[in-house]
Write a protein that binds this ligand. Structure first.
Ligand SMILES: Cc1cc2nc3c(=O)[nH]c(=O)nc-3n(C[C@H](O)[C@H](O)[C@H](O)COP(=O)(O)OP(=O)(O)OC[C@H]3O[C@@H](n4cnc5c(N)ncnc54)[C@H](O)[C@@H]3O)c2cc1C
Length: 380
């Protein structure tokens, strides 16, 4: 019998499997399709800076822990599997051209400084020197403020997922794809097994990590528990994000450019990701011409050389979002051995190693390093 069955093989489920297996836990992970092909694949791989020194709130501690772990995990995964996830602590620039965005940026700068994240003001001349392809008018006339954050990092999502999958297999995790949860079997409040379309899987512990689909699985669980109307089911909604991809030959940017909710992220092989939209359209992963045009216009407003290029493709993914946009990490109320890690919204890739280590401790009966109250499943 497995010590633990994880349902869902995105960055969250795979990271937890990798972490638990590293502590000798025998883990099986199932995915209803293929592992690493949903939001975690579709994301941009931006890892905004965070500092362990100034982190006070649990949310800040989770972010800071994750930020620290990404660098360590990238090395460990490369050593374990030979797969380079292209983690790069390249820094990132944050700019504002509109008054509203300048005001939001100032408050973000205050917050970063409070958390002891290094933030350096950068002049338009310095920016133009570092990125000669930037549209001169955008920089010299429209730019209201710009800051460079040397601790920002990036990772290439598909490579990271490939590395995590290989790392899990190397550590003995059993990965079963095309396997969908149907029904839980319980003995009182203890889950005993999960019936799937491929048969029954028994385990000592279970973790629900199915991204935007996690609520469907917790609903299955509560149906199996019976009438427990006092239990509040955690709500998770899908928020679509679309990304436009260019290939520019040589690498065009030394680091990501962030402006409000938009960003341009370079890959080492000359790809450029332009992201991303934030859309409440339910479980709809289609792409739209509106998003294509909007992202293209944003990209060309900063990098006019892109106007001569056709984007290679556009894709969409569904971010799993809780109502307050904080993840659910912890035990499922009304059960003794079912856990959840989900609802990471726009930061799931960033928060994946910290969530894995933190929940991994709880599942192994070790006290977490910080208070998990804000992430409780039954919060108001
Ligand atoms: C456009 C876009 C840009 C983003 N950019 C960033 C970024 O720069 N930085 C960042 O940190 N985050 C980013 N995110 C957010 C991040 O990608 C997500 O928060 C994260 O990937 C969620 O991971 P997950 O493992 O919970 O979900 P997913 O990756 O969606 O994985 C869930 C898995 O569960 C499986 N599953 C579903 N139902 C079942 C079932 N019934 N039985 C078994 N398996 C099931 C699915 O097949 C899937 O493989 C972005 C997201 C998008 C869409």
């Amino acid at each position: 019998m497995n010590d633990c069955l994880i349902i869902g093989g995105g960055a969250i489920g795979l990271s937890l499997a990798y972490e638990l297996a590293g502590h000798g836990v025998f883990v099986e992970l199932i995915d209803k399709h293929q592992v690493g092909h949903e939001a975690s694949w579709a994301g941009a791989g931006l890892l905004p800076p965070a500092s362990i020194l100034g982190a006070i709130e649990p949310q800040e501690k989770l972010r800071a822990l994750s930020h620290q772990l990404h660098e360590q995990w990238a090395k460990q995964l490369l050593e374990d599997t030979g797969v380079d996830n292209q983690y790069e602590r390249c820094g990132g620039v944050y700019i504002a051209r509109k008054p509203g965005e300048a005001a939001s940026l100032i408050s973000a700068v205050h917050q970063w400084r409070e958390e002891q994240v290094q933030v350096d003001s950068i002049s338009s001349q310095q920016l133009a020197q570092q990125i000669p392809q930037l549209l001169p008018e955008s920089i010299h006339t429209e730019l209201r403020s710009a800051y460079f954050l040397p601790d920002e990092a990036i990772v290439r999502n598909p490579r990271h997922l490939q590395a995590l999958t290989a790392g899990c297999l190397k550590r003995g995790v059993k990965i079963t794809e095309q396997t969908e949860a149907i029904r839980f079997k319980l003995n009182g409040n203890q889950a005993i097994s999960l019936e799937t379309n491929q048969g029954e899987i028994k385990a000592g512990m279970f973790c629900l990590a199915a991204g935007s689909w996690t609520q469907q699985i917790s609903d299955l669980l509560y149906q199996s528990i019976g009438d427990k109307t006092f239990i509040k089911t955690p709500e998770i909604e899908p928020i679509r994000g679309q990304i436009l991809l260019y290939h520019t030959g040589e690498r065009l940017l030394p680091y990501p450019i962030n402006e409000g909710p938009r960003y341009i992220i370079p890959r080492q092989d000359g790809h450029l990701l332009i992201g991303s939209t934030v859309e409440e359209v339910g479980f709809d992963k289609s792409t739209t011409t509106e998003a294509f045009d909007e992202l293209r216009e944003f990209a060309c407003s900063l990098l006019p050389c892109l106007a001569e290029l056709e984007p290679q493709r556009i894709w969409a993914g569904l971010r799993p979002a809780s109502l307050d946009r904080l993840p659910y990490i912890g035990q499922v109320p009304g059960t003794t051995n079912v856990f959840m890690s989900s609802g990471h919204y726009r930061s799931g890739l960033h928060l994946s190693p910290g969530s894995a280590v933190t929940l991994g401790r709880v599942m192994r009966g070790v006290d977490p390093e910080f208070d998990l109250k804000p992430f409780r499943l039954d919060r108001g």
